[in-house]
Design a protein around this ligand. Structure first.
Ligand code: AMP
Ligand code: MG
Length: 312
């Protein structure tokens, strides 16, 4: 019994039957299920091993569906929606009373996103309703960015996977909560904070990178089994025989086993999870990662690296 690729028709059939199906999005692969079906939602938590207190993002086709889930949508969010939907921006809004506690985690808010991936959009259109779709990895592990990653994670379960190729962005959505004049960034992600500042007329508040703001999210997350340490470029030279190094841009001359990611945040984010997964299978004792700049545009990557490096 192992995970298997299915086509769009089969994916729709399974979702209608209340199953969870792994699906491509522009950020990472998601584990999708009917957002109005409690037993389907429970399948997401059971399959991932996700704590029930961790709320789910509802994926909708467009802003016409917003008020099916949100009790109100602030007018100030219009520019954000115009510019970022469909796309990797999740909005946390006051929830309608009938939204399942499995979706909200018991809070009075609901997180909403309108994905841009063409195959996911086609799936949403054919399915007809909304889908919850947290990242398809086992809870706490590195998010999958290809169908092969999902197939590898569920090699002993009959999970259906819709293959849409490699994810274009490779990092999760940015989660924001409008609050009067304020826009709180709850999770840095694929939409840079700089872009939010252009689109929001009030104040954009960004958490210090050490803060965990989203409910239910464990500090250690996005983490390979191999121990990860984030160090300066000069400290990469301390890499031992059994270690492997991830650097930015060009490799330092003295490191033997080294992998490079682009020295800019978009390309870096796109390649990071696939590289972490590949190296995690390599049997190394440590993964030494060159620290990324303290600049705001690196914040989402910095957040993921910091969490990957937390000890269990
Ligand atoms: P993911 O596993 O990437 O889908 O993560 C979804 C994230 O969205 C979780 O970390 C949740 O904490 C966050 N989230 C979902 N719903 C809400 C909500 N109502 N309020 C605040 N954060 C939320
Ligand atoms: Mg996740």
């Amino acid at each position: 019994m192992c995970a298997l690729r299915v086509d769009l028709d089969e994916a729709v059939t399974r979702l209608r039957a209340g199953e969870a199906v792994a699906v491509p999005t522009e950020t990472v692969y998601g584990l999708a299920a009917d957002a109005r079906n409690e037993s389907a939602l429970r399948r997401i938590f059971a399959t991932k091993g996700r704590p029930l207190t961790n709320p789910l993002i509802v994926h909708i086709r467009g802003r016409e569906q917003l008020t099916d889930w949100a009790a109100s949508v602030p007018a100030a969010a219009t520019a954000l929606l115009d510019a970022c939907w469909p796309g990797p921006l999740t909005l946390v809004l006051p929830a309608r009373a009938e939204v399942s506690r499995l979706v909200t985690g018991g809070a009075d808010s609901v997180a909403l996103r309108c994905p841009s991936h063409p195959l996911f959009r086609e799936l949403l259109a054919r399915f007809g309703g909304a889908l919850c779709a947290p990242s398809a990895n086992r809870s706490g592990y590195v998010s999958p960015t290809t169908a092969e990653h999902v197939l590898a994670d569920y090699s002993t379960e009959p999970l259906a996977v819709l293959d849409g190729g490699a994810c274009a962005l490779g990092i999760e959505s940015t989660i924001v909560r409008p609050c009067g004049d304020m826009l709180d960034v709850l999770r840095p992600g694929a939409v840079p904070v700089e872009r939010l500042r252009e689109l929001w007329s009030g104040t954009v508040t960004v958490p210090a990178s050490a803060d965990v703001v989203v409910p239910g999210s464990a500090p250690r997350h996005y983490a390979p089994a191999t121990r990860v340490q984030v160090v300066s470029r000069t400290a990469l030279e301390s890499a031992g025989h059994d270690d492997v190094v991830i650097c930015r841009g060009t490799p330092p001359p003295t490191c033997a086993r080294v992998e490079c990611l682009p020295d800019e945040p978009i390309g870096y984010a796109r390649g990071l999870y696939a590289l972490l997964r590949r190296l995690d299978a390599g049997g190394y004792s440590r993964l030494l990662v060159e620290a990324v700049p303290e600049q705001e545009r690196w914040q989402a990557v910095r957040d993921r690296l910091r969490r990957a490096a937390l000890r269990r």
